[in-house]
Design a protein around this ligand. Structure first.
Ligand SMILES: [Zn+2]
Length: 246
């Protein structure tokens, strides 16, 4: 009897733990102030609009193999996107960065080195952001107004820093995270996004990870299908502008 009871209690407790874990993940759990920053619009996860417009965003590039294929597929469907590049890679592949810009896409800042921002001081964070912005500006003459922290890192210090610089923290729409970087096949990535699509979403993808060619293929599939359904693919800054208009 006692045994059954303790088993039931263990089951109950693990159930609660599981549910709270899910809730934490669902709310991004990244920071207790997350929802407030969203309200203040210093951090954006989606935009409120009736218009069938969404943003595709690509992280961790530029990559010499994957990024050109992503660009070809965007061009094929006349879709615009935002590329959150790493400063160290932008420096290494300036021609790809130039191509991204010249084809009408937006370039966002995804830090210089993509190291873990935990336990780093303000000077370090600021340098990661400013150094990358300077590289992007030097190569493309685009001045990034969006910063996507590596690993989704958030802290009061980081938010103050970006506020000061008039930079918006570019998060993404949680339910549109297909985890494409985890070796998911193109069809699965595309289906996840097609199934969950709603106006105003910011869709996170990765051109800079080893699975990037599957991601590129997924772009071809999903943009074709959703364009036929009346969706328009715009840069993140354009999506924010659309949201402010309504
Ligand atoms: Zn990243």
């Amino acid at each position: 009897m006692l045994f059954i009871k303790s088993k039931a209690i263990t089951f109950f407790i693990s159930g609660i733990l599981f549910i709270s874990l899910c809730l934490a993940v669902f709310n991004f759990g990244a920071h207790p102030y997350f929802q407030n920053w969203k309200k203040e619009k210093v951090l954006i996860t989606e935009v409120k609009t009736e218009k069938k417009a969404v943003s595709l965003t690509f992280d961790d590039g530029p990559d010499p193999i994957n990024t050109p294929v992503v660009l070809d597929n965007l061009k094929k469907h006349n879709a615009k996107a935002t590329f959150f590049v790493m400063g160290s890679r932008a420096e290494k592949y300036p021609d790809i960065l130039k191509r991204i810009a010249s084809e009408g896409h937006e370039i966002g800042n995804h830090s210089y080195s993509h190291v873990d921002f935990n336990h780093k001081d303000n000077k370090f964070l600021l340098n990661e952001i400013e150094r990358t912005n300077a590289i992007i500006y030097q190569i493309t003459r685009q001045k990034p107004s969006l910063f996507r922290p590596p690993g989704g890192y958030l802290s009061y210090a980081l938010v103050e820093l970006t506020k000061d610089k008039d930079i918006t923290i570019a998060y993404w729409t949680y339910k549109q995270d297909s985890k494409d970087w985890r070796g998911v096949r193109a069809n699965q990535i595309a289906n996840h996004i097609i199934k969950n699509i709603e106006p105003g979403q910011i869709i996170i993808l990765h051109d800079g990870t080893p699975n990037g060619l599957e991601t590129a293929k997924a772009v071809d599939i999903l943009v074709e299908k959703l364009s036929n359904d009346g969706y328009e693919f715009v840069t993140m800054s354009e999506l924010i502008r659309i949201g402010n208009e309504e």
